[in-house]
Ligand binder design. Structure first.
Ligand code: 0GY
Length: 303
């Protein structure tokens, strides 16, 4: 099937720079996606955008270029609950990728077992209204109860303003809970203001909650670096991510978010994104926890 990209869709950065920061051995890019290819793995009917293709081979090439050892591939909303592209990528990774799927209430235990065997270790619940239609909370709770038996966790994606309303649901989840992109703070607000304090409280009061300190390019208002060779990009996001890394060093993950869905203004150079890491994890110990120890504990606990 042929797909037309959403008008204005920015393709991923074709020739990312080599990062100056060398990630520790065994590092995991713990948030990235594959898109299609649409001709092989059609995009879902209920999708809110149509991306460009971004294949497993291109993802694995980026992994090697940036110096990572492994990937956690997260089911993107453009594939709905059809996890075939994800499973195909996991099976081709020679054990170097694990996955987070999207499932519906109708999924059978046999299908969950197949996903597990392919390397899936979590499900994603998305509350970002521009990306998905509403799913009733009782359905999500039922799914959470079933995947808990497989030792999986729940990944949640929401925007900061919605945390108060979603708090009771999130704190009722029976598994480890991983928040995408720090719950998307508004970085124009103070890092110690009420909105981000609520997120810090959410993590402090719930020891099962982890956070990805990812997507500075999505959260930043100050934007990418000047075109003068500077590699210190997205500075307005640093205080937020650094605070989470330093307060909860054993419950943070990092990922590129390649191929970066829905960016309207600019497409980040993935090499620059890697060079963001030492600004938010400022010691070798914090870097090792963020990039290797924590994702290994969550996704490859047997190693
Ligand atoms: C991200 C962020 C976005 C999209 C998706 O699955 C998705 O479509 O996650 C977004 O548009 O903010 O994590 O990739």
């Amino acid at each position: 099937m042929q797909f037309e990209k959403t008008p204005g869709w920015l393709d991923w950065y074709a020739n990312p720079s080599k990062p100056q920061f060398r990630v520790p051995p065994g590092s995991v890019d713990a948030h990235c996606h594959v898109f299609g290819p649409g001709a092989e793995f059609p995009f879902a009917r209920e999708r809110k955008y149509t991306p460009c293709d971004a294949s497993k081979a291109q993802l694995f090439a980026l992994r090697d270029h940036l110096g990572f050892a492994r990937n956690v591939i997260v089911q993107a909303t453009c594939h709905g609950a059809d996890n075939r592209a994800l499973v195909d990528a996991l099976k081709s990774s020679q054990g170097r990728a694990r996955g987070v799927a999207t499932v519906k209430r109708s999924v059978s235990d046999g299908e969950l077992q197949e996903l597990h065997d392919a390397g899936v270790r979590g499900v994603r619940f998305n509350f970002v209204k521009r990306l998905v239609d509403f799913t009733p909370k009782d359905e999500l709770l039922e799914i959470a109860g079933r995947i808990a038996k497989f030792g999986w966790h729940v990944v949640i994606y929401f925007e900061a303003v919605d945390l108060p309303e979603l708090w009771d649901f999130f704190t009722a989840l029976p598994t480890t809970v991983v928040v995408d992109h720090m719950g998307r703070p508004d970085v124009r607000k103070p890092v110690d203001g009420p909105e981000f304090e609520l997120f810090v409280k959410f993590m402090r009061e719930n020891a099962n909650v982890w956070s990805k300190v990812s997507c500075p390019e999505r959260l930043s208002v100050s934007g990418p670096p000047a075109l003068n060779g500077e590699r210190n990009a997205y500075r307005d996001v640093v205080p937020f991510a650094r605070r989470i890394v330093e307060t909860f060093p054993d419950r943070v993950l990092w990922g590129t978010d390649w191929p970066h869905p829905n960016l309207k203004d600019h497409m980040p150079d993935d090499g620059l994104l890697v060079d963001f890491i030492p600004y938010i994890a400022t010691t070798p110990e914090l870097q090792r926890k963020l990039l290797a120890d924590n994702p290994m504990r969550l996704y490859w606990p047997e190693e």
